[in-house]
Design a binder for this molecule. Sequence first.
Ligand code: PHE
Length: 455
Amino acid sequence: MAQRETWSTRTGFILAAVGSAVGLGNIWRFPFAVGDGGGAAFLIVYLAFIALIGFPAILAEFVVGRKTGRNPVGALMEYGGEAWKYVGGVFVFIGIVLLSYYSVIAGWFIRYFLAGFQGSYADHLASYNGEAIEMFFDMTFGMSSVVLHTVFMAATIGIVALGIRQGIELAVKLMVPALIVLLVGLAVWAFTLDGAGAGYAYYLSPDAGTIAENWATLLPAAAGQAFFTLSLGMGVMITYASYLGEDRNLTKDAATIIGFDTGIAFLAGLVVFPVFFSGGIEPGEGGPITIFVSMTEAFANIPGGRVLGLVFFGTVVIGALSSAISLLEVVTAYLIDEKGVDRWKAAGGIGLLIYVIGLPTTYDIIFIELYDGFIDAVLLVFGALMVMILVGWVAPKVAVAELEKGIGDLDGLAQAWIWAIRVPIIIVLVISLYLGIVDYMDILASFSEWMNANL
Ligand code: PHE
């Protein structure tokens, strides 16, 4: 086998992992998940999930990745035994489906970014008689969506084809700092808006009653969102850690990455909710189109909305691209390591397949719900659960030894990590998975209605 690449610096690895974590999950998904979950109540459950489950889970993926130095299929097989390659296969499948619609949604953001150049959001909105939803469907679906999906996938393929150091590492070194600067700028500006106070209140003051009443929907939603935003449950962190040298302190890296991702999601909330409330928008249960509809209405109503909108939508595109490359890298690494395909052919070939699989989602929003619901509430939770079983029960000793490399003896902390995984985390994940599957049945039911009505 040809020599496998490694990250050139520790910062390179951290930026790549942060770049993967920070994306549509933080800016597109997070606000509507908060909206669906009733505001601050969701935020609390989500933060608890990140700290208590996200952190042990990312460490588990790092350990498996660095120990084996392979893509998820090879890594799980080497770590757990032959049968685990099927779980790795599920991870590759998740990567393919997730990227297919992720790219289409990124294309919507490109469309809204371009719209800012064509005229103010107020003018755009006026030409649809003030109907932001109509504007959304007209601007994003159909041909424009196909074209922008093509552009976004081409950029993703190009970066991944260039490899770890020349492609991914270089790209994230530019993108991640730019993203942070832009978001901080937007949050500062949002702070000056009239409705900022109401936005912060909605976002930041939780109500224990709401949590207790809605736990059965909050739990799977928070679980799905936590894994989605940290890029867990499908092998990205396994793959990225497989390009690491031995000497890294994995716990420190994990804490840094989680800190950045959570900080940025939180920051995105500090932009979005003040903007909503200033524009007189109630953060409702609009699902995947919420951010477009509400932000356009808000940008149309506030001074400087055109420039701010342009910067906002452009920022999201940067975040999406640094996540998309990690998704494609998982599948590409699999083809390179296990099938001996060369990097360009692997990225290009599978990228094309992903592109085609994404096409239905340019046609009707129901496909986005169908894809995203399955990935988010079911498959990522399943994937994370599998890694937990692998590390907690199948080969815990190997995991402890690997975690302690580059750190030294952890005095029982590594054992505590294993026990946390073994019992409480696995129980919570099984419950979340069950509830997630139950919720997904509703989406399937509306999909079959849609099929009956349209075919
Ligand atoms: N974490 C990314 C985001 O928040 C999405 C993602 C999920 C990327 C899983 C890779 C793997 O947008």
